[in-house]
Design a protein around this ligand. Structure first.
Ligand SMILES: [Mn+2]
Length: 339
């Protein structure tokens, strides 16, 4: 239930000229398409749908499009999910709002494929990625925002638009998932303020957090048990690892290579662990490796040695070889990094 009293007023955090320029583009458009980036996460989708609900409420003709279909489980916490499309039809659009990525190539082939419908469209880009250069005539880019949904909430508040409950639920989903429930460093006091503002408009954190992070299918829980039963550690617990074999996937009742999300991050949450490694044997000659590290070590220092990549805290790579060979090579690289 929305709280009766509003406690929160949001600051005017967006450059007023940019906020006005964005408003002019929207006021001047009747048919609008909103793009979320490829492999859409709940911020790409929640930003897009959150913005769309606000525009629908103002009578705009708005289509939300992503290049590839999002996981159906997101429908549980994103009202309007069933209205998201992966292809476009006429009439032509007069505004494209590109969300949560700063390059048109990040929206897959949507822009090229539907060029005849988009050639007259102005482009408004809103994003929070530090690598964004902006792909619009108007670009609202703020890397200090934890999520694109945070920026959209700030903009809606700044231009004086109402945020209805459906919009608030979508926008809070974007913020909660890009911060993993306000846990990541990107979370600021402003992020929490925006979260409060959305709660006052009917968004409920547990309705997003439980389906996104806590609920799991029984076979996934079984696989977790089988994998963590292989847990080992070395160097006084500074490195810890586990393995998943095709037999374990079969025993759990899952297709090989699926349902193991969360196991690598479980490893780095063991007290004393500085490097956590999950070995997934996909077939007798292919092992996929996920590496998680505590703050003083860079996961890509290991994964790039084997042709992989990732981020400082989370990386991955593949090794063509047996499970024993993969373990020997990766654990040696980890020991060298810790030495
Ligand atoms: Mn995002």
């Amino acid at each position: 239930m929305p709280e009766k009293k509003p406690y929160v007023a949001l600051p005017s955090a967006i450059d007023p000229d940019l906020a006005d320029a964005a408003l002019r583009l929207i006021d001047g458009a009747q048919r609008i398409v909103i793009f979320g980036h490829m492999h859409p996460d709940p911020d790409a989708l929640g930003s897009s749908l959150g913005f769309a609900h606000a525009l629908w409420a103002r009578g705009k003709d708005v289509v939300v499009a992503v290049p590839d279909g999002p996981p159906p489980s997101y429908a549980q916490f994103l009202p309007g999910y069933e209205r998201v499309v992966t292809s476009l039809t006429g009439p032509a659009f007069d505004l494209l709002i590109a969300l949560d990525a700063g390059h048109l190539s990040r929206y897959g082939d949507l822009y090229d494929r539907y060029q005849p419908l988009l050639e007259q469209a102005h482009i408004l880009n809103i994003d929070h990625h530090v690598t964004s250069s902006g792909c619009g005539e108007v670009n609202i880019i703020d890397p200090s925002a934890a999520a694109t949904a945070e920026l959209i909430t700030l903009w809606l508040s700044q231009v004086g638009w109402e945020i209805n409950e459906q919009s608030a639920r979508c926008l809070l989903a974007g913020i909660i998932t890009d911060t993993r429930s306000f846990e990541f460093d990107a979370t600021t006091s402003r992020t929490l303020l925006v979260g409060s503002y959305l709660m006052e408009r009917g968004a409920v954190p547990i309705d997003i957090i439980k389906p996104m992070y806590r609920l799991r299918e029984y076979p996934v829980a079984r696989l977790f048990g089988l994998a963590t039963a292989t847990l080992q550690q070395d160097i006084s617990g500074r490195m810890t690892w586990c393995e998943i074999t095709p037999a374990m996937w079969h025993e759990a009742g899952l297709p090989v290579g699926t349902g193991d999300d969360g196991i690598p991050s479980f490893l780095i949450d063991i007290v004393g662990a500085e490097i956590g490694i999950c070995f997934r044997q996909i077939d007798p000659e292919l092992v996929r490796i996920s590496v998680r590290t505590a703050e003083s070590y860079d996961a890509t220092a290991i994964t790039t040695q084997f042709g992989g990549g990732g981020h400082p805290r989370a990386g991955g790579c593949s090794i063509h070889g047996t499970l024993d060979e993969a373990k020997a090579q990766i654990l040696n690289a980890a020991r060298a990094l810790l030495a």
